[in-house]
Design a protein around this ligand. Structure first.
Ligand code: NAP
Length: 256
């Protein structure tokens, strides 16, 4: 029997978990999911999981060599630009195949009142022009930029309760992990008399409901554009396309 090809999956997303599930038990490959370790209780994924940073691009290169990795699948979040840049540098240094699995961004629909901004900092600056009570869904690591807006009242959604006070003068926390429904999002926004939504253009279905709810309620959405990532030779937007790419490079072995 030949040794399975060892693949490293840079994860932390709905798609990375779905890909790990799609390839669970697949003969001919051994897929290890890598998580940054930002949440204490990440969504369960089948197969081997490693947690924590590698120590920059150099650490990732050492990991790839040390573990005998045959290919990298970067399914990190569209806003996780650093790990994707490290993946590109490490793939180049080790001459390994790299696939980026990146879901499509949300597109503006008729009725949407989006305010496109290039960064979280710009979102914080423009937000007061659109209302005082904002539903803020940019993740726990990005809140400091909003601390300077003294007139704003934020409803902050987080996956888990923060261990330290948030850097915001006037805020309320609501805990939740997608997928959310538009009806629930609408109810939440009405309950808190939300006047605007602030979000990253993450794309995907799991958190789209707030966009649909804002459209129904006629609310503006301050939409942060995705950060640029270095180009890759192989890029897909769906889990099915990622599975096809993997099957092409590492075919399922014929039964003995
Ligand atoms: P980032 O800015 O691109 O990465 C910062 C550092 O975290 C990296 O340099 C790396 O540390 C470590 N890291 C990131 N992803 C990793 C992974 N999958 N496995 C091992 N180490 C990883 O990333 P981020 O925006 O902080 O996001 C962290 C994780 O949360 C990612 O896995 C991402 O998919 C997930 N996530 C992010 C967002 C978002 O909005 N940013 C939303 C949902 C989920 P070293 O340099 O030490 O290797």
């Amino acid at each position: 029997m030949t040794t399975p090809a060892r693949l490293l999956l840079l994860g932390g997303t709905t798609e990375s978990a779905a890909l790990a599930r799609a390839l669970a038990g697949r003969a001919g490959i051994e897929l290890t999911s890598s998580l940054a370790g930002r949440t204490s209780q990440p969504a369960a994924v089948p197969g081997p999981v490693r947690v924590g940073g590698f120590g920059g691009a150099a650490g990732l290169i050492a990991h790839l060599r040390g573990e005998g990795i045959a290919g990298i699948i970067d399914a990190a979040h569209p806003f996780a630009a650093q790990i994707s840049a490290h993946a590109v540098a490490a793939a180049r240094a080790t001459d390994l195949p790299l696939l980026r699995l990146e879901r499509a961004p949300w597109r503006r629909q008729p009725g949407d009142r989006w305010v496109d901004v290039a960064s979280i900092a710009e979102a914080a600056t423009v937000a007061p022009h659109y209302g005082r009570r904002a539903f803020l869904t940019v993740g726990s690591g990005e809140l400091a930029s909003f601390g300077g807006q003294a007139t704003m009242r934020y409803l902050v959604r987080l996956i888990e309760r923060p261990t330290a006070p948030l850097p915001l003068a006037d805020c309320k926390i609501v805990l939740g992990r997608g997928p959310f429904t538009a009806a629930d999002e609408e109810r939440l926004m009405r309950k808190h008399a939300i006047e605007l939504v602030i979000t990253k253009n993450s794309g995907g279905d799991a958190t789209y409901a707030k966009i649909a709810a804002a459209r129904t309620l006629g609310l503006p959405v301050v939409m942060v554009r995705r950060p640029p990532k270095p180009a890759v030779d192989h890029r897909v937007e769906t889990v099915a396309a990622a599975v096809a790419w993997i099957n092409e490079r590492w075919p399922v072995p014929a039964p003995a």
